[in-house]
Design a protein around this ligand. Structure first.
Ligand code: NAD
Ligand code: ZN
Length: 358
């Protein structure tokens, strides 16, 4: 394979300090092949999805602060244009089309990695958080953690599977549900949620989508949600869910709302033995649950954090076969600030994918 020509500078969306406005730079440096460490690769991006996590990162919402200045982004798809010298046993090569996910790298040798919890490796590198991410034309990533994108799977359609898709795929996989069970999805009209509706249907579940507004309602129902509850219109969400589920409650809830309100009452509307999968990440909220009813109803409360390499391969495979489709609007890297505004107001149904200047 002929070597790719790599420019010295590129377009990048940079947050100088947490909470600052985004600056679109046109002279942001690109690492040369010689500067790549063993195990690192340089990916020329075609596109990147925008996750609500990127907004949390830009705002500095979370208890563990991100690096600054920060190039956010962790749902990128592009071509490997260089690999660091002395990289051994690389599962990918120059010219391969790959995806960049939140978990950019992990050590693969610690107890967490060996147990398949690569996400909680203490040496984990996080794309667009502890290392610069996909809101730039050329991103440095890691050969062991990039995800191969199958031929024929459109890059724009694949992008948001790498975070939103992987995350909800894994949360549903561990939700202790079986086909025919009822699953509640607060946040169903958002980026993660609309993919959760579809992965839940692939798993044979019956879906109660909870979100707000006509656009998100239409999206959820078009994707196969069995029932819809508008959390702003409902007078009593618990009563609504009990009415749908023969008075017994739902078997599981996967909460992808970015605010604590989406978690309220989950213990009340879950049936005995039900499982709450906590996915949405409001930075400062605490989870209020009745201890009595958590015990009395044998409720499981589980945190679910993105996914490992295997989860990524499985989530991508399902989407590449057309069983799950990201509903996205295509915009440009320079539109990122406006996308964050929409996300803050809650007006983005599904996902926004940004095309890189080529
Ligand atoms: P998004 O903004 O696209 O979607 C969030 C949705 O929640 C919106 O549609 C909003 O209307 C809805 N919502 C808000 N309050 C609600 C309520 N009370 N009930 C029901 N719905 C409500 O965001 P996203 O990109 O899907 O991300 C969602 C959250 O998940 C963020 O906090 C993000 O950081 C987090 N996240 C977690 C992981 C993980 O590994 N656990 C991975 C990716 C993202
Ligand atoms: Zn994400």
């Amino acid at each position: 394979m002929a070597a790719f020509t790599i420019p010295n500078t590129q377009h990048a969306a940079v947050v100088p300090h947490s909470g600052d406005a985004i600056e679109i730079k046109t002279d942001f440096p690109v690492k040369t092949q010689a500067e790549l460490a063993p195990g690192e690769c340089l990916v020329k991006l075609h596109c990147t999805g925008v996750c609500h996590t990127d907004l949390h990162a830009a705002m500095g919402d979370w208890p563990i602060p991100p690096k600054t200045p920060l190039v956010g982004g962790h749902e990128g798809v592009g071509i490997i244009v260089a690999i660091g010298d002395n990289t051994s046993h690389s599962p990918v090569k120059v010219g391969d089309r790959v995806g960049i996910k939140w978990l950019a790298d992990s050590c693969l040798n610690c107890e967490q990695c060996r147990k398949g919890r690569e996400q909680t490796c203490v040496e984990a590198k996080l794309s667009g958080y502890t290392v610069d991410g996909t809101f730039q034309q050329y991103v440095v990533s890691y050969v062991n953690h990039v995800t191969k994108i199958p031929d024929g799977f459109d890059s724009n359609a694949a992008a948001s599977i790498l975070c939103a898709g992987v995350t909800v795929y894994r949360a549903i996989k561990y939700s202790q549900t079986t086909p025919g069970d009822w699953i509640v999805l607060p946040g169903a009209g958002g980026g993660l949620g609309h993919l959760a509706v579809q992965y839940a249907k692939v798993a044979g579940l019956r879906v109660i989508a909870v979100d707000t507004g006509a656009d998100k309602k239409a999206l959820c129902l078009s994707l196969g949600a069995d029932k819809w509850i508008d959390f702003k219109e409902s007078k009593d969400i618990v009563a609504d869910i009990l009415a749908i589920t023969d008075g017994l409650g739902a078997h599981s809830a996967v909460v992808t709302a970015a605010s604590s309100s989406g978690y309220k009452q989950a213990i009340e509307y879950l049936r005995n033995g039900g499982t709450l999968m906590a996915v949405g990440l409001p930075g400062k909220a605490t989870l209020e649950a009745s201890i009595f009813f958590t015990v009395f109803k044998s409720i499981s409360i589980l945190g679910s954090y993105v996914g490992n390499r295997q989860d990524a391969a499985e989530a991508i495979d399902i989407a590449a076969r057309g069983q799950v489709k990201c509903s996205f609007a295509l915009k440009q890297l320079s539109d990122l600030s406006a996308v964050y505004e929409g996300m803050t107001k809650g007006t983005v149904a599904g996902r926004i994918v940004l095309e890189m200047p080529q």
